[in-house]
Design a protein around this ligand. Sequence first.
Ligand code: UDP
Ligand code: MN
Length: 241
Amino acid sequence: NLPVIYIVTPTYRRPEQLAELTRMSQTLMHVQNIYWLLIEDAKEKSQMISNFLNRTGIRFIHLHSDSTQGKYKGAKPRGVGSRNKGLKWIRENANDGVLYFADDDNTYDLQLFKEMRYTKKVSMWPVGLVTQTGVSSPIVKNGKFVGFYDGWIGGRKFPVDMAGFAINIKFLKTRPNAAMAYKLGYEEDSFLKSLAPFEPQNIELKADNCTKILVWHTQTKKNPSSLPLDKKKYADTNLIE
Ligand code: UDP
Ligand code: MN
């Protein structure tokens, strides 16, 4: 009787979408007892994603979030509307288990899901970054949390990466107003602060006291020449439903 892991993944249409989702899905195919909430940033759900999900054999929930994300100082926080939509679905449909926000373009080690599965409140672990900073992680001394390492602290109480934490759903449901703010750079911080009272000292430290990197915040190179999607150009490919 493994606790269920609800994996909330925002996704949006671009040339690399199906490649990212293929990579991610073939990882998730190896993880037991999950629900994959794949949430399209679009006015409506697409047939292409529906077909894709059906082919994976993974237990999924296919949703979309209307792009009411708004703008924050000109730049759009990415995936926030979809993550909040996933939160809403979980509040209404799940009683137990664990929630994990997993972007569609990251790289996941199967061990990560073993680490997070028995989260009691909020668990955290290092996230490998493909930048000079190298990693974002809680700092642990003698088995105890002492601070955070991240390339940019920005006055955040929880300077962590979206891929770096999981939340117990029973605990989440004791925080009915917990949500993510449409605030670029402060998405994780706003969400974790909305779980108050909850302090960094209460974090459950995973991945051998945060000594192992089990998830990477990878980013796929954009090819500007192929944006926006040209329906005629891609007419014979699987990019067009
Ligand atoms: N995303 C989205 N709508 C957008 C941009 C991004 O739903 O307009 C999703 C994207 O598919 C990913 C997550 O939000 O799952 C984070 O976006 P991205 O990977 O581009 O951000 P980065 O990792 O570069 O900060
Ligand atoms: Mn990303």
